[in-house]
Design a protein around this ligand. Sequence first.
Ligand SMILES: Cc1cc2nc3c(=O)[nH]c(=O)nc-3n(C[C@H](O)[C@H](O)[C@H](O)COP(=O)(O)OP(=O)(O)OC[C@H]3O[C@@H](n4cnc5c(N)ncnc54)[C@H](O)[C@@H]3O)c2cc1C
Length: 387
Amino acid sequence: MANQQQYDFIIAGAGAAGLSLAWHLTHSPKLREKQILLIDRSAKTENDRTWGYWAKGAEPFDDYVSWQFKDAEFFSRYYTDVISLAPYSYRVLEGRRFYEVVRGWLGQFPNVHWLQTSIEGFDDTDNGAFVYTGAGSFRAPWIFNSCFLGEALKKAAQKSISLRQHFKGWVIDTSVPAFQPNLLRLFDFRTPQQGCLRFFYLIPQSPTRALVEYTLFSDSLLAPAAYEQELKRYIREVLQLNEYSIVEEEWGVIPMTTYSFPKNRGQHILNIGSVGGASKPSTGYTFRRIQQQCSEIVQLLEEGKRPLPESTPLRHRLYDATMLNILDRQGDEGEAVFARLFEKNPVQRLFKFLDEETNVGEELLLMQTVNKPLFLLSMLNLTIKHA
Ligand SMILES: Cc1cc2nc3c(=O)[nH]c(=O)nc-3n(C[C@H](O)[C@H](O)[C@H](O)COP(=O)(O)OP(=O)(O)OC[C@H]3O[C@@H](n4cnc5c(N)ncnc54)[C@H](O)[C@@H]3O)c2cc1C
């Protein structure tokens, strides 16, 4: 090979997970001087996504969040309310801001190197690993990969319950005040369900600007025009706005699957981010889990251990699978399932549960509130499928 430079860490894919890992590594007094190579085919300058996540305490990128909400609205045919999220808050971080902040921070480290090229493959050896790129091959004792190179998603679709969370969002401007800046619209089910879970999500950015997003949980995507048609209908009929301009668009697909993404591709190649299983199967929320994954990796490296984060506890994998199975087989039930969860539980219990921090007692309390026959049948069906 023409080029086989050696680094301490290679980060293959510099999106949310790759950049977060570089951020966590360079905040570690023990690791901040290590030679790090970040590789991505994209320059990451666009506002290609907006991350929302709830948290109680301090989180790594709190200083850079653009909006933070203490209250959220829930609309459905079964239950409608404004919910206080305290002691949690829902934080919203714009992709462009995140990319700029992390790049700016990493810019002060002469030991952090960047390469904009495509990643073509990896090789693992007894002493370390190689990454093959359009600009040569590079070597390190540890490579952290966040790129889907095709195979993982195919396996996920073949072997498991595999839904996709797909959505299209518009940031719209209005000439007159139309949004309540302190009120997040977490779920709005005022959209025809048509066999799969569909809802709107609205992040007000000012009285005259909001991100409005149409989200579906299903295995197949819609034609591009279908998302736009429903966005237009919602804005016209539910938000009752006839005059607005679209200032930004976002489009995304997040895997929601019971497939257990492998945490590594060999001894020295570790998967991080969505490809490393960071997307919560039943919700698609990923950003905060990436921070936890990266902080665990850094701690393991500091202790001189193999940086392989813990897997999701078995109990929570079962809960996720049960929920996904319902959404997959009986998508029309999704609205009632979510409405009941939000109506019958304090949102704090729900968030704690979704963060996989509840104990068995708290989980039993939550189970008391769901449609028991529906969930028990889903569990039974899963057992039969996997018997
Ligand atoms: C539009 C959108 C909105 C989302 N909103 C939320 C949210 O509100 N809350 C939440 O928790 N999660 C959200 N997610 C889910 C998740 O947080 C994001 O997908 C997150 O970016 C995942 O991080 P990642 O590092 O795994 O992947 P990415 O951020 O996609 O990073 C992967 C990187 O690898 C690079 N890459 C891929 N293949 C190659 C290759 N062959 N060669 C070179 N480079 C390559 C890509 O350019 C990219 O930069 C959202 C996802 C999307 C798409």
